[in-house]
Design a protein around this ligand. Sequence first.
Ligand code: NAD
Ligand code: 0WE
Length: 261
Amino acid sequence: MGLLSGKRALIVGVASKLSIAAGIAEAFHQQGAELAFTYQNEKLKPRVEGFAKGWDSELTFPCDVSSDEEIENVFKELGKHWDGIDIIVHSVGFAPGEELDGNYVDVTSRKGFLMAHDISSYSFVALAKAGQSMMREGGSLLTLSYYGAEKTIHNYNVMGVAKASLEANVRYMANSMGEKGFRVNAISAGPIRTLAASGIKSFRTMLTENAKRAPLRRNVTIGEVGNGAAFLCSDMASGITGEIMYIDGGFNITAMGPVEQ
Ligand code: NAD
Ligand code: 0WE
């Protein structure tokens, strides 16, 4: 029996086979969960439908998380197929590309700041708000963060500020939803080459430097993040809520990596 057998999960944030959300879907499927997906726009629809079939799912719904109507519609439509839901995975982040390159104070605009916070942080509580009436006992929510929430990381800029908001959001949501028995957690993942990372200048070099400093001396995979997600959303983690769990090869515990002789 899988860790997640009998559980139903909605996964928001699959864009390609490299997506962290795809690693999570793969692990959830392996652990016996039943899955449903959203796609950001019509361009991604056929791709996400194809992936869904690979995980034995026919349930895909459009959802741009900047729209309350689209978010509400997901649960309205999902309700026609499922009488309840156990897990919501939020694997979404966005800031205007030009604000992730250059001096933070110089490149950050009001519009970009609001957009980053809206899509990368507010949308998590928006999903909780719309989905909670369908959630069953033992339900949990999960989001994805990055170490740039806590320490400055060159060029991560406004995304770091939005991730700090997201991590605080996890704690406030956990406290708020705890009275209903629902758990809310985040995984802070190490850097991984995905679509969201492909537009980032010097990402290759960052991956190399990251691997050198991490105690495991390598980067992590979406499979490893997926397995951690399966644990956090399973009843094995029934005592864990409001937590930011690192899956980063230990990078966050170090202050300086090996120095060339
Ligand atoms: P990805 O590009 O595969 O996934 C990002 C997803 O966000 C896509 O599916 C995209 O469609 C979705 N998205 C963006 N704007 C949206 C909107 N308005 N409405 C609905 N969906 C929207 O990249 P990823 O690396 O898998 O990113 C997933 C999450 O993991 C993000 O929160 C990211 O910040 C986080 N994360 C990534 C890394 C990394 O190095 N790749 C590390 C730590 C955390
Ligand atoms: O959260 C992220 C990436 C999020 C992201 C990426 C993009 C690129 C394309 C958000 N918005 C956009 N907007 C775009 O137009 N990561 C954790 C990956 C990442 O991004 C970085 C990193 C790392 C790691 C940006 C700068 C420095 C390091």
